[in-house]
Every structure is written in C-alpha cells, then in structure tokens.
Design a protein around this ligand. Structure first.
Ligand code: VGL
Ligand code: ZN
Length: 216
C-alpha cells in the first residue's frame, strides 16, 4: 500500500509502558508494536500523531475507585457500560509516559485523553460519553490529512474506538495489524473481544494491512 506522505498520517495509540508486559494494564506482547511502529515512523510516514492515556488519580475507570469492585468487571454509568480497569496511566507516573524507545521525530501532536475524572476516553476523537469531542478531526482536516493509519494499543479498545470514530468523521482508515496488540478480555457484559472488534471495524469500512505492505 503506497503512502502519500502529504495526506496520510500515522496515529500511534497509547504506546505507553503501562500497556506493556510488566505494566499496570499489560497487553500481551504489547511491546512488540514498538519496533514495527518505529519502522513506519522513520520510513513511509512524514506525519504522525500519538495519543497518551492520561488519567488523574482516582479516575472513574479504575476499579479501585469503586468499593467492592475488581478490575475487568463492568458497571453501569451515565453514558452506558464501563469496564473497570486496574489503575493505569496515572498522570506523571513512568507507566503513563510515551514508551522511551518510540521514534518521536515525526510525532507532531501528542493528544492526551481520559483526563475527565468521571468519563473514560478510549477514542482519540471523543470521550466515552460519545458527546465530548477532543477535536482531533478538526486538527487533522485543517492539516490536510485524509487517510489515517492506526497502530498501537489496544486493538480491542482504544485502537478500535478511534478507528470507528475516524470513519464516522469521514476519514479513510487503515489499521496496521502487526503494529497492534489487544487486551483480549473473555466475552462478557459490555466487553469486546479482539475478533469482535475486528469484525465491527471491517463492517464499518476500515481496511487492515500488514506493516510490510506499507511503503512509500
Ligand atoms: C485502554 C483500557 C483503558 C487502551 C486505555 O489504550 O486500549 N484500554 N484505557
Ligand atoms: Zn485508560
């Protein structure tokens, strides 16, 4: 797949130590995305954006904020079903930084999300209440980008929700599959498996590609 360095942009989602082996919300094999992303960031793409999950202490998505609840349970909140997570990506902690090995020279915007104490934000475009926009679409459009390549963590949550919203915002969307890893929760209330997320995206018009096929 040939990259147009002017109108294509790479979105590196939540490449943070807390989502990698040893981290607070470890994604299996999550660190494997870094070298794949780095090839894309040093090669075909001239423009990139990174998202950073960036929660205040005591965030509502943390099981620890809900007495009697444990991580990976779901609760009903004002905006629907919320999965509860271990405390992760707490602002200013080492696990919340962008991964130290990530090639950042072409990352021109770092978009932080999940700052609202009571609302989670998987998507880079809007919070989980589906109402509060993060205005990424306006920035991308103003910069002339038309096609988004998504990679990072986690393919079943933040990558998937971002991809769906990118389609809804009118962008062509491609997921670089080997540059993503998923959390892979078993099926349950309010949960999405990695396969379900992929099916949903494919139905929405998202394309999937391997990184080796992404070239200038
Ligand atoms: C994510 C759960 C909670 C993600 C972030 O990056 O996919 N998942 N916060
Ligand atoms: Zn989070």
């Amino acid at each position: 797949m040939r990259i147009d360095p002017v109108t294509d942009v790479l979105l590196a989602v939540d490449v943070q130590p807390d989502f990698m082996p040893g981290g607070a919300l470890a994604v299996p094999d999550g660190d494997a995305v870094v070298p794949v992303l780095n090839r894309l960031l040093a090669g075909p793409f001239r423009h990139a954006v990174a998202t950073q999950d960036w929660h205040p202490p005591g965030h509502a998505s943390f099981a620890s904020s809900h007495p009697g609840r444990v991580p990976f349970e779901s609760i009903e909140v004002a905006y629907g079903t919320q999965t509860l997570w271990p405390d992760h990506c707490v602002q200013g902690t080492p696990g919340a930084a962008l991964h130290a090995g990530l090639e950042q020279s072409r990352i021109e915007l770092i978009l932080r999300k999940g700052l609202h104490p009571a609302v989670d934000s998987y998507s880079a475009f809007r919070e989980n209440d589906r109402a509060t926009s993060l205005c990424l679409d306006a920035w991308l459009r103003a910069r002339g980008f038309r096609r988004l390549f998504l990679a990072g963590l986690a393919s079943d949550y933040c990558v998937a929700w971002s991809a769906e919203d990118a389609v809804a915002a009118g962008f062509a969307v491609v997921v670089v599959e080997d540059a993503c890893r998923g959390i892979g929760l078993p099926t349950g209330a309010g949960r999405t498996t990695i396969d379900q997320a992929r099916d949903r995206l494919q139905a929405a018009g998202v394309q999937f590609v391997g990184s080796a096929a992404v070239n200038v």
